[in-house]
Design a protein around this ligand. Structure first.
Ligand code: URA
Length: 276
């Protein structure tokens, strides 16, 4: 059977556009990939849920009953991540980790940007093409909007904000990361939060919120509430809240009103929480 690619073969420019539309925007990677041997290089593992208390509406104190923790079976990632005693040690551990299948398709590891001593930590979804090229999170079009959103409440990644993602490598063609890929990175993300120990934690987008809150709900249900994010490695629960992803706001600008409300709530929480 002919594919659209076959029928476009006589028009190379149209064929290229068809591939880009389908998400195939890089023909050759920097490293050779043995696609017949992928299963030997990836170590999928189940998602490890943090303890997260039930939601409270913005403005109300967060409840404190922790949710049950899922069993830890992750092929050693938790052990490696927990051995890191500082953010630079964790970065080195992530850079040498081979348990996430995404790594073999990516050009660079995208670990974090900003000030690790900041009182607020933002956790987004996955690096895109710009992030993969620069090795930094949120540097493309949606990153520019995120910077403006942060700026609107006096935050700036150069001084008082810290940004990372739930996966450290770009999924090919900008597809969503799979549960296995997220689970492979999660022990490092959890340790990252423990080491940064922010006063306020913000999940940028539905995927980050769902993953870190371990709740099977969409962002529209999750946003507008505060949650206590707890892990054994945190001295106390960290108030956390979701924020619409800037890529979603670019597609749905009518939601900026709610995003602005959430940004103000984040600022208020930062202003009212005691400096650590
Ligand atoms: N979107 C994300 O969620 N993270 C990035 O780093 C870039 C875009």
């Amino acid at each position: 059977m002919d594919t659209p690619a076959d029928s476009l073969a006589s028009d190379p420019a149209a064929l290229l556009r068809w591939y880009v539309d389908a998400g195939v925007d890089e023909a050759v990677g920097e490293h050779t990939v043995d696609r017949f041997n992928l299963s030997k290089t990836t170590a999928p593992s189940p998602i490890v849920a943090p303890r997260v208390a039930a939601a409270s509406p913005i403005g109300a104190p967060a409840p404190t009953t922790p949710a049950p923790m899922a069993p830890v079976q992750d092929g050693g990632a938790t052990h490696i991540a927990q051995a890191a005693r500082s953010v630079p040690e964790l970065r080195a551990a992530v850079e040498s980790y081979t348990g996430c299948g995404l790594k073999q398709f990516a050009s660079r590891t995208v670990f974090a940007d900003g000030n690790p001593a900041a009182r607020v930590m933002f956790v987004g979804e996955a690096p895109g093409a710009d992030e993969d090229r620069q090795g930094l999170p949120f540097v493309g079009v949606s990153g520019k909007l995120l910077d403006r959103m942060l700026g609107s409440i006096g935050l700036d990644r150069a001084t008082n904000a810290y940004i990372t993602n739930v996966v450290f490598w770009r999924p090919p063609g900008n597809r969503a990361p799979t549960d296995e890929e997220i689970a492979a990175c999660l022990p490092f993300v959890v340790r990252h939060i423990e080491l940064v120990d922010p006063a306020v934690l913000v999940f940028v987008g539905g995927l980050a919120a769902k993953t870190l809150l371990a709740k099977p709900l969409g962002i529209t249900k999750l946003r507008g509430h505060w949650y206590d994010y707890e892990t054994p490695g945190l001295a106390r629960p960290v108030p956390s809240t979701p924020l619409f992803h800037p890529a979603y706001l670019l597609r749905s600008p009518q939601q900026k009103r709610l995003a602005w409300r959430d940004l103000l709530a984040i600022k208020q929480k930062l202003d009212s929480s005691a400096p650590l």
